[in-house]
Design a protein around this ligand. Structure first.
Ligand code: APR
Ligand code: PHB
Length: 389
């Protein structure tokens, strides 16, 4: 089989890139390791930067987001009962959209099906070959049969555990990593959100986040030790601890209920350079991981897709290779700024084992400074709503 662009991975990165390329008349084949139902069962973050919203509009996959998504003008940063409102709209003129990544993924799969795109699920043993030849090749096994796909370019959209990044020789890769000494215990509950906007809570007991999916579905997170297991946390224990970290008035008024999903995720910052190796281009989690504190995971994947889509269209339609030659440098410039913001939000809002009273005082002073300085609030808002592409 032959195509113009082989896409490894059917998550948000692969789907968004494939949809944009197909709309530009470029043929793609997508190879996904999991079943579609497994991909669509993943619970991920729910904040879209406005750049991501515009990109989804550009793909024509925005109808349900417009109908069911919630534009948010701001969020709160708190330290016990100190609540600082970050008014994105007033400070930057922009909003963010609350719309679950799972919904974005489902919308993109529906759009790709409507386009008749070739998406092959449950592929195994994917190998990426001939990246330095006139045509690249991807070999894979599906239903016990070994197949070979030739293509002009390969998009590595296969996430942190995929094969694409590892196809670049280790000695040619430069990797940067920070593994945080805690995780996020998250629950989904069919309860009304405790606040109209998100609340990022710093407290002497650790970080908490109050988020939402819609008026009847809330998403909450607690910083927990890496040694904790989901089974260590009953719903009652979760709600009790969350209320001790939220501002007291919010905690007193909130509605609790049974969790319909509960999981613990580790936090890491990671970047692998370069994003290109011959005819292979890395996109999204295949190249970088951010802690969820800044809500940047999906949104960084979106800006990678924006840059690579433009570069591949120019190369395949006009023979102009300047975009693909500049992709890695251009995408990394935005990646590193988002990496910094996510790291800064994480270190600003979480307790670290063994820290002294000074560290806690610095976190409190950071919130006090945000409360007092419009400039500080604007700096945070500009990063949160998303730096320009
Ligand atoms: N072959 C084919 N598919 C693979 C392989 C492989 N060897 N390895 C992984 N995959 C698939 C995974 O099953 C997954 O569906 O690649 C997809 C990668 O999707 P994500 O991990 O979601 O990464 P990405 O599409 O870049 O989206 C980034 O997703 O995980 C969140 O927080 C992350 O919000 C961010 C977003
Ligand atoms: C979520 O709603 O899942 C969410 C929101 C904001 C974050 C992280 C997760 O920073």
């Amino acid at each position: 089989m032959d195509t113009q662009v082989a896409i490894i991975g059917g998550g948000p990165s692969g789907l968004l890139l494939s949809q944009l390329l197909n709309r530009a008349g470029i043929d793609t084949v997508m190879l996904e390791r999991a079943t579609r139902s497994h991909v669509l069962s993943r619970i991920r973050a729910g904040i879209l930067e406005w750049g991501t919203v515009e990109l989804l509009r550009q793909t024509g996959v925005d109808a349900r987001m417009e109908a069911e998504g919630f534009p948010h003008d701001g969020c709160y940063m708190t330290d016990e009962d100190l609540m600082v409102h970050i008014d994105f709209k007033a400070l930057t003129g922009k909003q963010v959209m609350v719309y679950g990544q799972t919904e974005v993924t489902a919308d993109l799969y529906a759009a790709q099906d409507a386009m008749g795109t070739t998406i092959i699920h449950e592929v195994e043993d994917v190998q990426i070959l001939d990246l330095d030849q006139a045509k690249a090749a991807v070999e894979y096994t599906v239903k016990g049969e070994r197949r070979r796909l030739t293509c002009a370019y390969v998009a590595g959209c296969d996430g942190f555990h995929g094969v694409s990044r590892k196809t670049i020789p280790a000695e040619k890769r430069r990797e940067f990593e920070r593994v945080y000494p805690f995780g996020w215990l998250g629950i989904l509950s069919e309860t009304p959100p405790c606040n109209d906007e998100l609340i990022y809570c710093n407290s002497p007991r650790g970080f908490a986040l109050a988020s939402m999916r819609n008026a009847h579905l809330s998403r909450y997170y607690l910083q927990v030790p890496l040694t904790d297991k989901v089974e260590d946390w009953s719903d009652e224990a979760f709600w009790s601890e969350l209320k001790r970290r939220l501002p007291s008035a919010t905690a007193a008024a909130m509605e609790t209920g049974p969790s319909i999903e509960k999981s613990i995720a580790p936090l890491r910052s990671f970047v692998s350079e370069p994003l290109r190796w011959g005819r292979l281009f890395l996109v999204g989690d295949a190249a970088h991981i951010v802690p969820p504190t800044g809500a940047k995971g999906l949104n960084l994947a979106a800006s990678d897709v924006h840059y690579l889509h433009e570069a591949l269209v120019a190369a395949l339609k006009s023979g102009d290779e300047s975009g693909i030659d500049g992709y890695s440098e251009k995408a990394l410039a935005r990646i590193w700024k988002a990496m910094r913001f996510s790291w800064s939000m994480t270190t600003m809002m979480h307790r670290f084992d063994g820290e002294d009273a000074f560290a806690e005082a610095m976190r409190r002073a950071t919130l006090e400074h945000l409360a007092a300085s419009e400039t500080a609030r604007r700096e945070l808002a500009e990063n949160y709503i998303g730096l320009p592409y």
